[in-house]
Write a new protein. Sequence first.
Lengths: 348, 348
Amino acid sequence: MEGISLEELQLAARNHGMPLEALRYPVTPVGLHYLLIHFDVPDVDVDEWRLTVRGEQELTLDLDDLKQRPRLELAVTMECAGNGRAWLDPRPTSQPWLLEAVGTARWGGTPLRPLLEEAGWGKGAVEVLFTGLDRGIDGGIEQSYERALSLEEALRDEVLLAYEMNGAPLPPQHGFPLRLVVPGWYGMTSVKWLSEIDVLDEPFDGYQQAQAYRMRQEEDEEGTPVERIVPRSLFVPPGIPEFLSRDRHAEAGEHVIEGRAWSGLAPIASVEFSTDDGSTWQPAELDPQEGRWAWRGWRYRWQAEPGSYVLCSRARDEGGNEQPLDPPWNLGGYSNNAVQTVNVTVSD
Amino acid sequence: MEGISLEELQLAARNHGMPLEALRYPVTPVGLHYLLIHFDVPDVDVDEWRLTVRGEQELTLDLDDLKQRPRLELAVTMECAGNGRAWLDPRPTSQPWLLEAVGTARWGGTPLRPLLEEAGWGKGAVEVLFTGLDRGIDGGIEQSYERALSLEEALRDEVLLAYEMNGAPLPPQHGFPLRLVVPGWYGMTSVKWLSEIDVLDEPFDGYQQAQAYRMRQEEDEEGTPVERIVPRSLFVPPGIPEFLSRDRHAEAGEHVIEGRAWSGLAPIASVEFSTDDGSTWQPAELDPQEGRWAWRGWRYRWQAEPGSYVLCSRARDEGGNEQPLDPPWNLGGYSNNAVQTVNVTVSD
């Protein structure tokens, strides 16, 4: 791996992944869930804060108004579109994620659809734009963080305006007082510190939609938008770590490897496990699926004999999408779901 | 800066700093407080968990026993001894902290001293050893994470066995169900996932005490132990950030720069602010000190005119200890409290 630059390190020191041993929790505790904040965590005075929704009419709501609306709580696995970026060669310069940019929370709030229906939309409506209070410069353009969804996606029943995470008010870093949660999509879609929702008659062409988060090989390509999460599986590394290398050391005998797998494209169909760096694969045992939008648990009983191993797992979804062994390259470093590998030395 | 290695990046992706805008909170929200975990977050079953204290007699306590003891809550600023390491040249290989390895929490629990007094100690007692449940390999040695304090330090009134952080049970990553909190000392002393406390008749010579966390210039030096936090000040960067460089862009006019300063050696005496990279300094205004062990707020009213600036701040404590402009080098990369610099472009 070519050395990480100061700019990349500054991002890595601010934003953080989920340590892989936290895969043991079906719902990720606050502070272990991954975070990617483009600009700064804004300083929001909740008494002053309002959500403005502009469709055929304009609605203005405070947090109490939102809490009095129908309530929906969903466990949702969220992953950063840049997860896996640091393994690409050459490495696109941005947040240098390895594998850990994921987490699952119980997001509590109110569904978006009834609110949009109340605001209404005309025949020409095509998209819904979500604007956050976080502001900065990206790609040379000063901007509030903004992303749009097609009207069809925005009207899905499970799209949520969340004011709670794991049963408590949103922490500042996860979007207090309100954020969008779009199950199945990469995290950039789930706009934090939400302040405005606008029904649009034309596709949104702001920076985070038209420039960033597109799959392309060359700068001047239009590319295709990054949207739904492609399948991935990760597992709790067995044994104990070496501080610096994070290589693992385990004792001989049975190790029950526990992991989780998810896909925004279709439900998880299978997970396979390998102890020889992907040369041979064995089926893992799947836990029941606990709701479509949260990761699915799995386990593999490994009879470990003394020696050196490279452990890895590979998920496939019901759409036939499967994790590759080698990462496909793209300019922005998105959607790299190549299999995780973990080096383990087993001793007597 | 020479490129960061994969090993350093792996640590940076697991452990995280406090984004500097979070300096606005006198008590750092959970998930924004810095984290440094040497090995893995252990999986603790609180029903099985016990604290064993071995002095002249052996005490065994569960979490309810601890909660029934006298209660103490203290706001404590904690900082990693490796904060600032990544600025050193050559850079010691470990967690590559820039500036953000700090946070302040309200730690709630029971004072250590009465528990030690109950266990008792003999005439020969010199140190108290604290053992955590986190286990791994460091410096080639398999170990539980362990650190000792002199008996005198361990008996300070403000040394705490904490089972709460900011009014809630400790999160897993901060040491659930119980951790040590030693106000004024770098974080490595405040052992997480505490399981054993042993009064020792001889100085502890385990890896984290005798090898790591010592100030030395050469490998074969004995060096001096890293203990109390040297003074540092940090501030909320004004204006808005550029995503990648984190350089700031602000409008002309008055900016009230808000910062915090702390020292484990003595109370903060003064903070100075510079807009020209430390060539000239102006006094900042100090907030009242809210208790000895939490950082002290300060502010500086900056009349910003169009141009380019390098902002920095420098704290001095009542012991006369002051932040240097250039980082002093040492082999482990500890205690680098050189002044923070922030690049700002001010436009009309």
